[in-house]
Design a protein around this ligand. Structure first.
Ligand code: PRP
Ligand code: ZN
Length: 291
């Protein structure tokens, strides 16, 4: 019997999940429905779903396993608790089998200035995570949640919310929308979940776990870019995490090429700073191994 693994159908978690499987040596095709990616060299299929639906489908045994952000599971648990006053069928329907080394983010309050949950009394808060918010803010009176499924950061600008409660990864989206991150209510990462009677001795499962347990990739990016030599002090300051970046003069005088390795988690922030400092022709590659 082939195992069915539910994964997010698009977005960053999709990219990282596929990267993890491919990096572990698994190859995939897409079937004609576009919802199933059969693995060509092992007995399992990836099933592409909306992230919110993954815990439900796994709990209902539509899939054996799922990969989802801890934040999604947390929201479901808070929702169940809210409606059932303590009894959660999600909690009994699925188990977290393993933490995965990607999808790191946090659920934070943000606004025009630094805010804590305690500042939200009688305020409107836009969020895709209303139950997580209400769980943490249960002692705060009069919070009006505006539920948005995406682009939450735009709500204050549109005048429909005083603050937001949304996922923050690099912080870029907040910055672009002139919002300041305040109190964090949950730290999240991707997790592998299974339905609660899933047999962890299953041979295919063990093969998958072995393959993904030791990623060949050190989660680094190799960045190459050009910049004016006069900008080097600023650039070297931004990439000061690297002991020995490669700096090469280009044929065009006064221009340099710079090569540097950067942690994947820091990449977007570094990328933004480099662009602001005048880096051009930025080329980014995944690092397979550092030996
Ligand atoms: C997610 C999240 C934040 C953003 C955070 O949105 O909801 O908006 O990423 O990432 P950052 O801190 O690295 O900028 P996503 O891109 O999934 O879009 P959506 O919320 O509009 O669906
Ligand atoms: Zn978003």
């Amino acid at each position: 019997m082939r195992l069915k693994i539910a994964i997010q159908k698009k977005g960053r978690l999709y990219e990282d999940t596929i990267f993890m499987f491919k990096n572990a040596g698994f190859r995939f095709t897409k079937d004609s429905t576009g919802f199933i990616m059969p693995c060509e060299n092992a007995d399992f299929d990836l099933i592409l779903l909306r992230d919110d639906d993954i815990p439900t489908v796994v709990a209902q045994k539509g899939c054996d396993l799922g990969i989802v952000g801890r934040n999604t599971i947390h929201e479901d648990i808070c929702e169940e608790k809210y409606h059932n006053k303590g009894v959660s069928s999600i909690e009994s329907g699925t188990v977290i089998l393993q933490d995965l080394p990607f999808g790191k983010c946090r659920l934070s309050i943000a606004g025009g200035k630094t805010l804590a949950v305690s500042n939200l009394a009688n305020k409107s808060v836009a969020t895709s995570y209303p139950y997580s918010l209400l769980h943490f803010a249960k002692d705060i009176a009069g919070i009006n949640t505006i539920i948005l499924k995406g682009s939450v950061e735009i709500a204050p600008k549109l005048g429909i919310a005083d603050a937001i409660c949304d996922l923050v990864s690099s912080g870029m989206t907040l910055k672009e929308n002139e919002l300041v991150e305040g109190e964090t209510i949950l730290h999240s990462n991707a997790v592998l979940i299974g339905n609660d009677n899933f047999d962890v001795q299953n041979k295919i499962y063990k093969r998958i776990i072995d393959a993904i347990a030791e990623p060949a990739s050190p989660n680094m990016k190799y960045i190459m870019f050009n910049c004016e030599a006069t900008n080097m002090p600023k650039i070297l300051d931004i990439i000061s995490f690297s002991k020995s970046p490669t700096v090469l003069p280009l044929a065009q005088s006064g221009m340099n090429a710079v090569h540097v390795m950067c942690k994947e988690d820091d990449f977007w922030e570094v990328h933004k700073k480099l662009k602001d400092a005048g880096a051009t022709s930025i080329l980014v590659m995944s690092v397979e191994k550092v030996m």
